[in-house]
Design a protein around this ligand. Sequence first.
Ligand code: AMP
Length: 297
Amino acid sequence: MRRSISGVSFFDLEMKVVQTIDEIRGVVKQLQLRGKKVAFVPTMGALHDGHLSLIRIARRMAEHVVVSIYVNPEQFGPTEDFSSYPRTLERDLEFCEEEGVGTVFTPNDEIMYGSDEKFFSIEIDVLNKYLDGGSRPGYFQGIALVVNKLFNIVQPDIAVFGQKDYQQFQIIQQMVNEFNHDLELVMAPIERADDGLALSSRNAYLSEQERELAPLLIRKMRESVDQIQAGLLEPQSLFELKQKELEAKGFKNDYFNVFSMNQMEPVATLIKGETYVLATAVYLGKTRLIDNIIFEC
Ligand code: AMP
């Protein structure tokens, strides 16, 4: 594999891997000075085809793609899977190189957060009340913090995020607007396995039996959207039924509901012609799965 750790030369096509803030800033600034657009894809690694689809979109939109790989401790709750989260850096770097990524930024905790006492945090209002915001205290504050820092560090022209984490996208879009980040945010569609399961780094936790069962979630979601589009405008009892069907197969439900596209609030009575997002989170064994469908009513 051709790869240089650090060292910035713009006359080779070799992918660079950099760890410090000065290095990544240097790479991006020099490119921008030469009139090149830089697109940024932040990730926590354990890359799969979902991440690669973001990289491909980024490549179409800019001359140079920066991918960050950093498992952000701030977005994990005390009982969540921070220590067991899959870390596959060597493989990730090979994927990035194959996809034509220009620079991979792999900071560590010291670089991202330093050791000094911290006095600032990001609070999020309405958008954080339901879905994962309601179920995982501190989760989106941790994401907003790290993405805010990454945007300030990398200062890209474009940043690409997945619809897979739709609430995250909305929160980041709002943060970009309110904090005046000078970049264009792009949402990439959800990449799925052939059986419909949304790709996720956490799918690696599923046992063989759980993996077989997992696509039932998207099937129940699609059935729900079909019924809504056939005219069911008050779908609460349908969602209760779908959740019971999932529970009977061994899923544990967190939420399964329709939410407004911008405010991320539950909607009990749907209006014909409006666009909504059906979003769910379930546990299958110890694995938390999330998924969503954007649909017109
Ligand atoms: P993560 O590494 O889980 O933090 O995800 C990094 C980025 O990849 C986020 O913008 C996610 O929304 C996106 N992503 C994760 N899974 C998928 C998928 N199946 N399809 C599209 N984008 C995804």
